[in-house]
Design a protein around this ligand. Structure first.
Ligand code: SAM
Ligand code: SF4
Length: 469
């Protein structure tokens, strides 16, 4: 693969962002209210509006923004939370990202790449706990080229085990050239995710001193190339703590606007991980722009309001209390029961930390997370139906098509949740889950829809699997 940035220009207007961040201070309550109303009216915000939100310091106004994000989530998306797990395939890496436990200069990292049999074992271990959706994660190394990634994804799809299988694989890997993306697309991936890490180019260049990732523009253009290869299901993200988080939120918004303007479709998901401690990686002990919990809540709520149509991913990097709190502000997907050491699902040992990219904040099992979601009134969902029925851009459809959530998303969430309960859950979770399903059914207004869901749930109870609308 040849890295070329010929003709590529940055669409991140540094000076304009700095100007907006300094101008849009102390917005009065009336303006914040208007901005929230615009978002509730399903319109993406403009940069000056997002800047006004993320600059709010007054606790009452911050609360208003968080309440607005909560209302938007409830009104448009309801109470489903999609669950997935990360699957680390290999931690060889030729880059030197200063914050990452896998960086080439980290001599404390134990390197490995899953063999075919180990990958099958990892997949089986995940299937056995009930997972249906994965994100496969790779370091950047010539070994992990497009063919390798495609082959490993295919291995996962081909692995059927006991009562389950993985039905959707998303990817988090280095940016590719257009030909590479075509190869990966051909095996039926879901979302291709690339985090820009920081949208602030001077900081980016300092923090990525070596390897292909040192080119800010190659990475920034990475999702454009994916689009050109026909992958329109894309995830953007920024690693919070490398530079001022407000600048990063603006960067995410400008990236969104760029994709909308250039390809007519924005990102499918936005991720906003905070830096976590990593083995042998002093930088992570004191990130230069660490984000406090209070700011993190405003950050999540502001992203929700700024791009109301996109999915939002919150990972197990965050501790349980924060996860529970920000779920309310519009998060749509979380991982659960996650291990981030290469080979850890099937073979956990004391060396796990040295094989891992960083340390997780939430180490609950999938069943524990599901139990807590259920008693908290959220419907855990493993739905993959839009992707498999060829309805791409599902998050956008949920957002844009009136009644879509009631017709497809909620019923499919309930069906996949029931499937989990019958096949994989503990007694405690089964009880809490069935009660939740009953409560949700009592809310279905359309009698035909209610009958259709009840019929499918009955079929599920008697052993039919993989039912969806
Ligand atoms: N190697 C590929 C790349 O860098 O794009 C893909 C996977 S990388 C393993 C996944 C993401 O983990 C990175 O994009 C980065 O944002 C995040 N990450 C790296 N170190 C981290 C840390 N210490 N804490 C939290 N997230 C981290
Ligand atoms: Fe390698 Fe990705 Fe880690 Fe950077 S973030 S060192 S590219 S695995």
């Amino acid at each position: 693969m040849k890295i070329s940035t010929e003709g590529v220009k940055s669409f991140i207007p540094n000076q304009e962002i700095e100007r907006l961040l300094s101008e849009q201070q102390n917005a009065p309550a009336s303006r914040i209210r208007d901005i929230i109303a615009k978002s509730l009216d399903k319109q993406r915000l403009n940069p000056d509006e997002t800047a006004a939100l993320i600059n709010v310091k007054d606790p009452d106004l911050r609360q208003m923004i968080m309440d607005g994000a909560h209302e938007l989530k409830e009104r448009i998306y309801g109470n489903r939370i999609v669950l997935f797990a990360p699957l680390y395939v290999g931690n060889e890496c030729i880059n030197d990202c200063v914050y990452c436990g896998f960086r080439i200069s980290n001599s404390e990292c134990h390197r490995s790449t899953l063999s075919h049999d180990e990958l099958v074992a990892e997949t089986r271990a995940l299937v056995e706990t009930g997972h249906k959706r994965l994100i496969m994660v790779y370091g950047e190394h010539p070994m992990y080229d497009a063919r390798f990634i495609a082959d490993t994804v295919q291995t996962v799809y081909d692995t059927k085990y006991k009562k389950g299988e993985i039905r959707r694989v998303n990817i988090n890997a280095a940016p590719m050239d257009i030909e590479g993306y075509r190869i990966v697309k051909s095996v039926g991936i879901g979302t291709y995710q690339i985090f820009q890490e920081t949208y602030h180019q001077p900081s980016y260049e300092k923090l990525h001193p070596r390897g292909p990732k040192s080119s800010f523009l190659w990475r920034l253009d990475g999702l454009d190339r994916a689009m050109k290869a026909g992958i329109d299901d894309l995830g953007i993200g920024a690693l919070m703590g490398l530079y001022d988080w407000r600048f990063e939120v603006m960067g995410l918004l400008y990236h969104t606007i760029h994709l909308e303007d250039t390809f007519g479709v924005g990102p499918h998901t936005i991720s906003f991980p905070r830096i976590e401690p990593a083995n042998g990686t002093d930088f992570t002990e004191h990130p230069p722009f660490g984000v406090s919990d209070e700011d993190f809540k405003l950050l999540v709520a502001s992203i929700r309001l700024s791009v109301p149509y996109t999915g939002m991913i919150l990972t197990a990097r965050e501790p349980i209390a924060i996860r529970n709190e920000v779920l309310r502000f519009g998060v749509s997907q979380i991982d659960a029961g996650s291990s981030i050491g290469v080979g850890d699902y099937s073979h956990k040992d004391d060396e796990s930390r040295k094989k891992s990219q960083f340390v997780l904040g939430d180490t609950r099992s999938l069943d524990e997370v599901i139990y807590e979601l259920a008693i908290g009134g959220y419907i855990p969902s493993f739905c993959t139906s839009c992707y498999r029925a060829g309805r791409t851009g599902e998050h956008f459809m949920e957002f844009a098509i009136p009644g879509f959530v009631k017709r497809f998303c909620t019923p499919n969430a309930l069906l996949t949740f029931a499937e989990y309960l019958y096949d994989f859950s503990s007694e405690k979770t089964l009880k809490a889950g069935l009660e939740l399903i009953d409560r949700e059914l009592s809310k279905v207004e359309d009698p035909q829809m209610l009958t259709a869901v009840q019929e499918k749930l009955q079929q599920m109870k008697t052993g039919t699997r993989d039912l969806f609308f």
